[in-house]
Design a protein around this ligand. Structure first.
Ligand SMILES: Nc1ncnc2c1ncn2[C@@H]1O[C@H](COP(=O)(O)OP(=O)(O)OP(=O)(O)O)[C@@H](O)[C@H]1O
Ligand SMILES: [Mg+2]
Length: 280
């Protein structure tokens, strides 16, 4: 077993302990979020070619890639249900590990489950990609709500997939961790969580080792999915990420960018992980 596999195996054991024994995360006492509308947002058509180009594949039928995300979906939903979780943050050690790609595919795959509504929130306020990957132009979002009190109902977008809603990041902001750590965003997170009790919320977060944004927002998510970039993520970075997530409930790890040539090595890692996924 190589170092990465060992680290993942160790993380698995620690995660099991964390999930069963970690105390409930302290939540910021929220003030009422300024949600003045309840409309579900505008329905926008998503272009299939754009999805293909950006590796958004979860909606495909009879597709190996989509099946992989269906497995991931089931495992994530089972873990969330088992631990009473409604909100999930997706992060990774570094930039470009595949967080947004995984977040979009996972959200889409969950929404395609007939019984489940999903809200995907882009909280990468400095470098948002969610809208671009769907071929949609920049729209008002979280930062506009924060800065100009833009009603969240005006920010929500309904793509042409049933049960999926999107909340864009909005205008790019450099002081993003101050925004994410604010009482106003805490109130927003609480409002989003409580508005529709059955809805799952997925937050696409920045990388945990590059910005403090995920750390300041973690108290508002129930669980975390850590994306690991096969062949790129260093063992030390994985360890540092898991250390940074000590007080979070990490429900699992997604091994992204897996290389078929390293299939046997990946297989060892798969067996070592509670969410055995290789996304290639
Ligand atoms: N499994 C994969 N195979 C091939 N390419 C991938 C895979 N996953 C993601 N990519 C590509 O890698 C690039 C980075 O992916 P993505 O934007 O999802 O990463 P990210 O972690 O969200 O990046 P950032 O930290 O900049 O937000 C994109 O071009 C994406 O299409
Ligand atoms: Mg991203």
């Amino acid at each position: 077993m190589d170092k990465l596999a060992k680290a993942l195996s160790k993380a698995r054991a620690e995660r099991a302990a964390t999930l069963h024994h970690a105390p409930t995360q302290a939540r910021t006492n929220p003030t009422p979020a300024e949600l003045t509308h309840t409309s579900a947002g505008n329905v926008v058509q998503i272009n299939e070619t754009t999805l293909d180009i950006n590796r958004i594949v979860a909606h495909r039928v009879r597709s190996k890639e989509a099946d992989t995300f269906r497995i991931l979906r089931t495992q994530v939903l089972q873990a969330m249900s088992q631990h009473g979780m409604k909100t999930l943050g997706i992060t990774s050690p570094n930039y470009g590990d595949g967080k947004t790609t995984i977040a979009l595919n996972l959200a889409l795959s969950i929404a395609l489950d007939l019984n489940q509504t999903v809200l995907l929130v882009d909280l990468d306020l400095r470098k948002p990609n969610m809208m671009e990957y769907l071929g949609l132009s920049a729209a008002v979002g979280v930062t506009d709500y924060f800065t100009h009190n833009t009603p969240i109902a005006d920010c929500l977008i309904r793509p042409s997939f049933d049960r999926l809603s999107l909340l864009p990041a909005g205008k790019v902001m450099d002081h993003s961790s101050e925004v994410l750590g604010s009482p106003k965003i805490a109130a927003l997170a609480e409002e989003l969580r409580s508005r529709y009790p059955d809805r799952i919320i997925i937050y696409d977060l920045p990388p945990i080792l590059a910005q403090d944004d995920p750390l300041v927002f973690l108290p508002h998510v129930d669980g975390v999915l850590l994306v690991v970039n096969e062949g790129v993520t260093r063992t030390n970075d994985l360890k540092a990420s898991l250390h940074a997530l000590t007080h979070a409930k990490v429900i699992g790890t997604v091994l992204n960018h897996s290389d078929v040539k390293r299939a046997s090595r990946i297989e060892k890692v798969r067996r070592a992980m509670p969410l055995p996924q290789t996304i290639s």
